[in-house]
Ligand binder design. Structure first.
Ligand SMILES: Nc1ncnc2c1ncn2[C@@H]1O[C@H](COP(=O)(O)OP(=O)(O)OP(=O)(O)O)[C@@H](O)[C@H]1O
Length: 263
């Protein structure tokens, strides 16, 4: 489904964002990307839809090269990939309905998009998607009247109407409280299990990665240093990924870390 073949990314300032990544993510997997700040998680995720262009190697989605795609091909590939980010990216002054409908824009040419000529099916899909994330009653609410958690669930609904088989989530719960975090993660689990969508999610929280992901990939300085399931992610492996400090922090700040469920 998603294949990285010897992928490296060197930013113009010389920083190596990714180093010789070789990995394949199969359809239906729920993959968490973990690692320290600056390890390359966002670079990894955003290179999949070429928001970040790589400098070496090739990335393929469903057999099609993202790296070599021309403008039109890239548009078609991006339609297959939903993106959920930490900042939700909603048009705040627009209704929930309009924000979710915008997930359909990739299916239309420019003029239809500008005029917002959506079909009856688009409106139906919007309703269904909002039901999936438990926000049916918010259809006509202005997005800036929603809580952060609700806004994130609207952005999930927008990715759902896009009908993309792949959903990339870049730290989608970073700004949410633990209870809302749970709801958003449960939504993602549901669409993974019931709709078979491939989820690739960047997480700072190891407990969340363990709880939800079927596979965990850890990055360090742009390279993969762990690739396995939760059971294989032992304390020893965590130390390799995060350094010794992770255990000192665990011992000294257990209340703090439990409160914001970072570790
Ligand atoms: N546009 C850019 N220009 C130069 N360097 C960059 C750019 N974006 C990221 N980097 C560098 O690339 C490396 C990887 O960054 P990236 O944002 O992918 O890490 P991350 O694991 O997602 O971090 P965080 O958890 O803080 O979001 C870092 O050293 C970062 O400073």
């Amino acid at each position: 489904m998603i294949t990285f073949e010897n992928v490296s990314k060197v930013y113009p300032n010389g920083v190596k964002g990714l180093q010789n990544i070789d990995v394949t993510i199969e359809q239906g997997e729920f993959v968490a990307i973990i690692g320290l700040s600056g390890a390359g998680k966002s670079t990894f995720l955003r290179s999949i839809n070429r928001l970040v262009p790589i400098t070496e190697g090739d990335i393929r989605v469903d057999g099609k090269s993202v790296t070599k795609a021309n403008k039109k091909e890239l548009r078609l590939i991006r339609r297959q990939i939903g993106l959920i980010s930490q900042s939700f990216n909603l048009v705040k002054r627009s209704t929930v309905q309009k924000n979710v409908l915008s997930g359909r824009l990739g299916y239309y040419g420019t003029w239809k998009s500008i005029l917002g000529l959506f079909t009856k099916e688009d409106y139906e899909r919007t309703k269904e998607a909002l039901a999936t994330v438990g926000l049916s009653d918010k259809l006509q609410t202005r997005s800036d009247q929603l809580s952060g958690g609700q806004q994130q669930r609207v952005s999930i609904a927008r990715a759902l109407v896009q009908q993309a088989p792949v959903i990339l989530a870049d730290e989608p719960v970073a700004s949410l409280d633990p209870i809302t975090t749970e709801k958003v993660m449960e939504d993602l689990k549901k669409i993974n299990q019931e709709m078979g969508k491939t989820i690739v999610i960047n997480l700072h929280s190891i407990p969340l990665a363990r709880q939800y992901a079927t596979r965990i990939i850890a990055l360090k300085a742009g390279a993969i240093v762990f690739d396995g399931n939760a059971a294989a992610l032992t304390d020893q492996r965590l130390e390799q990924i995060y350094g010794k400090a992770i255990f000192e922090e665990k011992a000294g700040e257990i209340d703090e870390t439990e409160r914001n469920s970072s570790f």
